[in-house]
Design a protein around this ligand. Structure first.
Ligand SMILES: [Zn+2]
Length: 464
């Protein structure tokens, strides 16, 4: 059998891995590549004919793992898409949101580039392509071996990171010889709010593992709750100000809301008004409720004792734009959770526009901000930023924490590998990381006696 890393090779986004078992072609993930030097439009250029792919498997719903599926379907893919039930629901929400984003960019591009045809602003796909895509979903629960055909069996193993996220473990009969390969997708962390810990992988011959945090370590001196209590106490209680938390709507927001619920319901802080201002966050919270049996035991217990972990008296989910505008000017101390997490669009921009010049406002970043985004400019300390075509001085306090990062760090990645039977493991392929992170992780693994490959994009590797 043959493995070709067509995306997320020596970079983070665009996960897309082709596994060929004889003539049978399996694509693991089909993510959007949004590296800064690449146009979104370039995602149309698949290095293979989409009609020739026999099966697609998804590790989890994030857009860098699923965001190019509708293009694959639009260009001829006609097979099934296998994933866990929450991944199916969350992917549908995220793909529909991408269409809205493309449309907004298209209309903005038309407005600003007078007379020029802006190809980058053309939508990559439309709502109907998303609907054609979700029709192909076939869902499989965790840890249930699923026989794809006489030569291929798939098992989804929980990997933390996001509700429904799984490592795809494939048992393959290649010319009569049994081989196993696991694709981790993104590896989560232990003790993450709402989510279960990543599960150990079974023995495999080959492992394709992400490497985002290779060589980097999360801070471990404070818990999520301690971090939140500290910043809310200072900003909202002592200074009577406003705390704005930019957060991804799917996953990060639910973990944040649950952590706040624990803080307020146990009396660690007096009730401070909390707004979740993202319709996508509200819809994805419904998915978390639907698959409640998959949240971790701590959240299950909380539910038994105190009810819905995503609801509390001082929490409001904001739906309409009219209500959103009122939140920006809410006169009492409050916490505003809104998207997009990197501040490159969405309702968060309004909240920043009205609050960035407020000395009594703190903006707490809980996720990664890519270069070129407003979030990145604020984090590097720009004294003046542009928001909604206005130049604004930054008087708000800017803070950052990694306690809610959904990716495992260097130690977590090493542990994921070490839990796999070393005697059986023939090679480890590193994907989904900057070259520096990959080199650091590869070095550490090689020191421990593992064989490691940092695959080159588009190069096929024979897995004998
Ligand atoms: Zn992810």
């Amino acid at each position: 059998m043959k493995l070709t890393i067509h995306g997320a090779a020596r970079q983070v986004t665009g996960s897309m891995h082709l596994l060929e078992v004889g003539q049978f072609k399996i694509l693991v993930d089909c993510g959007l590549d949004y590296e800064k030097d690449r146009s979104i439009q370039a995602n149309e250029n698949f290095p293979f004919d989409p009609a020739e792919i026999d099966l697609v498997i998804l590790t989890h719903a994030h857009i860098d793992h699923t965001g190019n599926l509708p293009t694959l379907v639009r260009l001829g893919y006609a097979g099934q898409i296998l994933c866990t039930p929450p991944t199916a629901d969350l992917t549908e929400l995220l793909l529909l949101d991408s269409v809205n984003l493309f449309m907004r960019k298209a209309s903005k591009g038309g407005k600003h580039r007078k007379g020029k045809f802006n190809t980058a602003a053309q939508p990559l796909y439309l709502q109907k392509h998303v609907m054609d895509t979700v029709e192909r979903f076939v869902t499989i629960g965790f840890n249930r071996p699923f026989r794809v055909n006489e030569n291929v069996e798939l098992t989804f193993v929980p990997i933390g990171h996001l509700l429904g996220a799984a490592a795809a473990v494939l048992k393959i009969k290649d010319d009569g010889v049994e081989k196993t390969i696991a694709f981790t997708g993104d590896v989560g962390r232990k003790n993450y709010p709402v989510l279960d810990d990543p599960q150990a992988l079974p023995p495999v011959d080959y492992l394709v593992i992400e490497s985002t945090y290779g060589g980097r370590y999360h801070t471990k001196d404070k818990t999520v709750e301690q971090t939140l209590v500290e910043v809310i106490e200072k900003t909202c209680i002592k200074e009577q100000g406003r705390l704005i938390i930019p957060a991804f709507s799917i996953g990060r927001t639910q973990s944040l809301v649950y952590s706040l619920n624990k803080i307020f319901s146990t009396g660690l802080l007096p009730p401070v008004k909390v707004f979740v201002d993202s319709p996508l966050a509200s819809r994805s919270t419904e998915v978390f409720r639907k698959y409640h049996s998959l949240v971790n035991s701590e959240a299950q217990e909380f539910y038994q004792k105190r009810g819905d972990e995503f609801e509390f008296d001082n929490l409001t989910y904001v739906e309409t734009m009219k209500d959103s505008r009122q939140v920006s000017n809410y006169y009492e101390p409050c916490v505003i959770i809104s998207s997009a997490g990197m501040l490159d669009g969405g309702r968060i921009q309004d909240h920043l526009f009205y609050n960035i010049q407020n000395y009594y406002c703190t903006i707490l970043f809980i996720g990664y901000c890519a270069k070129g985004t407003l979030g990145h400019r604020l984090l590097r300390g720009d004294p003046i930023v542009h928001i909604k075509d206005r130049e604004l001085a930054v008087y708000a306090t800017i803070k950052q924490t990694d306690v809610l990062s959904a990716h495992g760090d260097h130690d977590d990645l090493m542990n994921t590998v070490k839990q796999v039977d070393k005697g059986k493991l023939k090679d480890i392929f590193l994907v989904h990381g900057e070259t520096e992170s990959m080199n650091l992780l590869a070095g550490a693994l090689e020191e421990d006696g593992y064989g490691v490959t940092i695959p080159e994009k588009g190069v096929s590797y024979d897995l004998n």
